[in-house]
Design a binder for this molecule. Structure first.
Ligand SMILES: [Zn+2]
Ligand SMILES: [Zn+2]
Length: 820
């Protein structure tokens, strides 16, 4: 008798084989970007992960998901440009450096502080990249596998080149206006960096005096410490309670400052007493009123978040301390009417969660308000995945109220490339192309073009980190190793008909208003086109209970441990299976463990198949073979249809269902006797037909799964089918010569198998035990030989019963049709 020996030797899929597989990919350079390729280029702008902290499982799943598209599109015949970078500029790096080294940026020499930042960045950057490799992320770049960093001189030179270009276009200007200020981070923030939190605060009712009448005036505020910055007192013009006060003067408690009482529609009749004090930089309403009425600003709080000399005896106190002291003093002097706790929507810094102050300061701005209409047009042109995410950006565009403040009083960032003439102060910008450090380097000019002075002063400020990040798509398509590669860049733009730069931007929902928004704004300003054709917006990965993962909650899961334990494929497939695209993923280790069992199932199935020879001729498909191939053909179509929309959830679910519940449970069981043919019940042609079908199924399933599970599919593929990588294969297509109608048999086949298994179990018989007879509707008789062998039945008899009726009766009363 013929012996069948599995070509795949190991019984279990060993996840420790992954690193060698990755090394092989690297060694063979199979993901190399070929700039001479004739295939259409598909460029994906990652965006590069921020390297200020180790990843939790969220970062790992987010980037693994991107790799699904990359591998799929490669199999679909595109030339993939998918560079991996590390974002290494700005506030988050500085804040983390201060924390880890226990230093303060403004108290540390600039060069030394920069060095400490670099130390931290290289540690976390290495960790992130090592997880990328463990995950099998198939990145490349114009120069093969260079990982770019947004703080490398070439990158910063590009950021500066764009600043210089926009400066000459008149899009950057300097202005002294109130800005969002975080005293903790010591920096100006753009509106995009502000979050809102419900916070408890005290509502204080204070006693003012009316100078002319001597009467008391009760005013409610949450910011009594801003009394020294008061500019006026307002009430609503429709509020009859205060009509007699129009044009009179209010005197503040404690400070005894005299200010006019006026009407203004901003006053809320139903808040407090209906009368409000307006202070410089109290909130956005105050700022607008001061500027409309041209009241000179009064600065009560400085950049360190402390009270200025305007606050008199409270000078030097923090805002919080000053508030408490003012309340205490008012109490003592009988000026405090009432105190009550209230909830209040407080703008806070997105990094340190410190309440924002408005501080007047000279900063540089990049124009953005005048670009909102064109950006709204792009919102319609970009293809959003899922489509509902378009609204996230539109909402932000409609909320933008000011230009983008871009200068930062920080150290670890790209420097503003400006030198000022020491005599006349005129700002000079160097030619683009080099990386400039004006705080350190001598000015690259001989003399001031305005006054002839030869001495210059370098700008000390850096720029908002988003100014770097927002050009990553330009960098990756054009700037390998500081050599602008106009050839590839222009080829990409030509191919994209000068409508967009990168084909796809995968983006977390949390950075639509920053990374995505700024990339679109900057591309319009620089190239008058869209940055991207497609935007893929993902939800967040949260803890199993739905709360965000954070150190303080103690629920952070390290991806490295999970990958070690369950393997990258299971980890990746979990990401695809767990949530529909755009929704949050709840991370649960036990569910990853479940996916790892599925990986083992795939291994065992293909190992079983590997015992049979693969044929290309000498077979004639039976009804059973045609049926499973029709099912597989439909699966292929379904998977392809959803993968192309960048949603891998339905495809992954369909593959798992097919493999586990249809192919393994029913087809393999039905075909087993024929594959071995130990009793010679089948012809050689019938036996060879099942061998052919098994291998065709294995090949197709491996390719369908390869984008999501790159390691296990590669391990099986290279042991069974080719020395060449599966990732260089073409994505499968539906079978042309298989009748798709054959899938109508699926339910009946599954129903009869389940009925027989159930009946045998009920009667305490083993599944292989012999049975007398199976009655089949005539149109299922084509499957009789396989069914008879599978269930060890002596006879298969036809019945005239219509299919639907037979199905219903076999469910209710199996013993009528199945005789044990
Ligand atoms: Zn902050
Ligand atoms: Zn000058």
């Amino acid at each position: 008798m013929r012996k069948f020996v599995s070509k795949i030797k190991e019984k279990r899929w060993n996840v420790s084989a992954q690193p060698q597989i990755f090394e092989r990919w690297e060694h063979e350079g199979i993901y190399r970007f070929d700039k001479n390729s004739q295939k259409p280029i598909f460029a994906i702008d990652t965006p590069p992960p921020y390297a200020n902290a180790p990843w939790h499982v969220g970062g790992a799943i987010h980037y693994a998901y991107q790799d699904f598209f990359v591998r799929y599109l490669r199999m679909k015949g595109y030339e993939l440009l998918y560079p991996m970078g590390l974002d290494r500029n700005g506030l988050p790096v500085e804040v983390q450096t201060e924390k880890e080294f226990g230093i303060k940026m403004h108290e540390t020499p600039r060069g030394e502080f920069i060095q400490k930042c670099e130390e931290l960045l290289s540690r976390y950057g290495d960790q992130i990249l090592s997880i990328c490799r463990r995950l099998g992320i198939s990145y490349n770049s114009l120069e093969w596998d260079e990982v770019y960093k947004t703080d490398q001189p070439e990158y910063r030179a590009l950021t500066q080149a764009t600043i210089i270009e926009l400066w000459h276009k008149g899009l950057i200007y300097e202005d002294d206006r109130p800005n969002n200020w975080c005293s903790e981070c010591g920096t100006t923030l753009a509106d995009a960096e502000i979050e809102y939190r419900e916070m408890e605060t005290t509502l204080v009712t204070m006693r003012f005096k009316v100078k002319e009448t001597g009467e008391d005036l009760h005013i409610v505020t949450t910011r009594p410490e801003l009394l020294p910055a008061i500019g006026l007192v307002i009430y609503h013009p429709d509020d009859p309670r205060y009509h007699h006060l129009e044009g009179k003067t209010a005197i503040t408690p404690l400070f005894e400052i005299e200010v006019p009482i006026m009407t203004d529609r901003e006053a809320q009749m139903d808040f407090g007493t209906g009368i409000a004090m307006m202070c410089s930089f109290g909130d956005l309403t105050d700022i607008r009123l001061f500027s409309e009425r041209q009241i000179p600003p009064r600065y009560a709080i400085n950049a360190e978040g402390r009270m200025t000399e305007l606050a008199g005896k409270y000078q030097g106190m923090t805002v919080k301390d000053a508030r408490a002291a003012v309340i205490e003093d008012m109490k003592e002097h009988g000026l405090l009417i009432k105190q009550e706790k209230t909830q209040h929507r407080q703008p806070v810094c997105w990094r340190s969660k410190t309440p924002i102050e408005f501080i007047g300061m000279k900063e540089y701005y990049l124009k953005q308000q005048e670009f909102i209409p064109i950006l709204l047009e792009y919102a319609e042109k970009v293809e959003w995945h899922p489509p509902s995410m378009k609204q996230v950006w539109i909402n932000w565009l409609n909320a933008v109220r000011q230009d983008w403040p871009i200068s930062r009083r920080r150290f670890y960032g790209t420097e503003l490339p400006i030198w000022y003439c020491k005599r006349c102060g005129f700002p000079h910008l160097p030619p683009p192309g080099k990386y400039y450090r004006p705080w350190r380097d001598p000015a690259p000019f001989d003399a001031c073009s305005k006054c002839g002075e030869t001495k210059f002063e370098g700008e000390t400020r850096t720029v908002d980190t988003w100014l770097d990040s927002s050009i990553s798509h330009i960098y990756i398509t054009s700037h390998p190793h500081n050599k602008h590669d106009p050839e590839v860049f222009e080829r990409i733009l030509d191919q994209n008909e000068w409508e967009f730069i990168c084909s796809l931007r995968p983006n977390g929902i949390d950075i639509v208003r920053t990374w995505f928004h700024y990339a679109m704004l900057r591309t319009e300003q620089l190239y008058q086109m869209s940055a991207f054709q497609h935007a893929w917006i993902s939800g967040m990965v949260v803890a199993h209970d739905g709360r965000p993962m954070s150190k303080s909650l103690g629920n952070v899961v390290d991806p490295y441990d999970e990958i070690e334990k369950y393997g990258s494929d299971a980890f990746r497939l979990f990401g695809a299976l767990e949530a529909s695209h755009g929704s949050n993923i709840r991370y649960a280790s036990d569910r990853v463990a479940g996916v790892a069992r599925f990986m083992q199932k795939l291994w065992s199935i293909t190992r079983y198949i590997s015992a049979f020879p693969e044929l290309t001729t000498g077979f004639k498909l039976t009804a059973t073979d045609k049926w499973i191939l029709a099912e597989l053909s439909q699966l292929t179509q379904e998977v392809d249809r959803t993968y192309i929309t960048f949603d891998f959830n339905p495809g992954a679910k369909a593959i798992r269902h097919f493999i586990w519940e249809v192919f393994a449970d029913h087809y393999i069981e039905l075909a087993k006797s024929r594959a071995y043919n130990r009793e010679n019940a089948f012809t050689e042609v019938e036996q060879q037909s099942v061998w052919y079908t098994l291998h065709l199924c294995a090949r197709t399933l491996l390719k369908l799964l390869a984008p999501i599970c790159p390691f296990i599919t590669e391990a099986i593929w290279t042991q069974l089918y080719s020395t060449k990588s599966i990732h260089l294969e073409k994505f499968p297509e539906p079978f042309k010569d298989i009748d798709p109608m054959s899938i109508k048999n699926t339910n009946t086949i599954m129903a009869i198998n389940s009925a027989i298994w159930g009946l045998k179990k009920q009667n305490n018989r083993s599944l292989r035990s012999e049975m007398e007879e199976i009655c089949l509707p005539t149109n299922l008789m084509a499957f009789s030989k396989d069914l008879q062998a599978m269930h060890n039945a002596k006879l298969v008899n036809p019945t005239d019963m219509p299919l639907a009726e037979w199905l219903e009766s076999i469910r209710r009363q199996p013993s009528t049709f199945l005789k044990l």
